[in-house]
Write a new protein. Structure first.
Length: 82
């Protein structure tokens, strides 16, 4: 069920709100996959930060798709110059 919700949010470019452990997180989901240890994870950017993080499925609960909030993925193609 989590994969279906995240896949829908990725396809429609919707932000997702969920509990990760005990912390509420708003995420711009990019990709669902597995980490080095074989655990299922979702990769995405936390709202307001410029880094992509992995979130383990087993620690995620209370997933809500924020249908009114769309996003454009930030893909660093050219390094930033000072």
């Amino acid at each position: 069920m989590k994969t279906l919700l995240f896949s829908s949010a990725i396809f429609n470019r919707n932000r997702v709100k969920f509990l990760y452990g005990l912390h509420e997180t708003i995420l711009e989901p990019y990709y669902v996959g597995r980490n080095k240890t074989g655990k299922k994870v979702v990769y995405g950017r936390i709202n307001g930060l410029n880094e992509v993080k992995a979130f383990e499925y087993e620690k995620i609960s209370n997933i809500k798709i924020l249908g009114y909030e769309k996003f454009s993925p930030i893909i660093p193609i050219v390094p930033l110059f000072n």
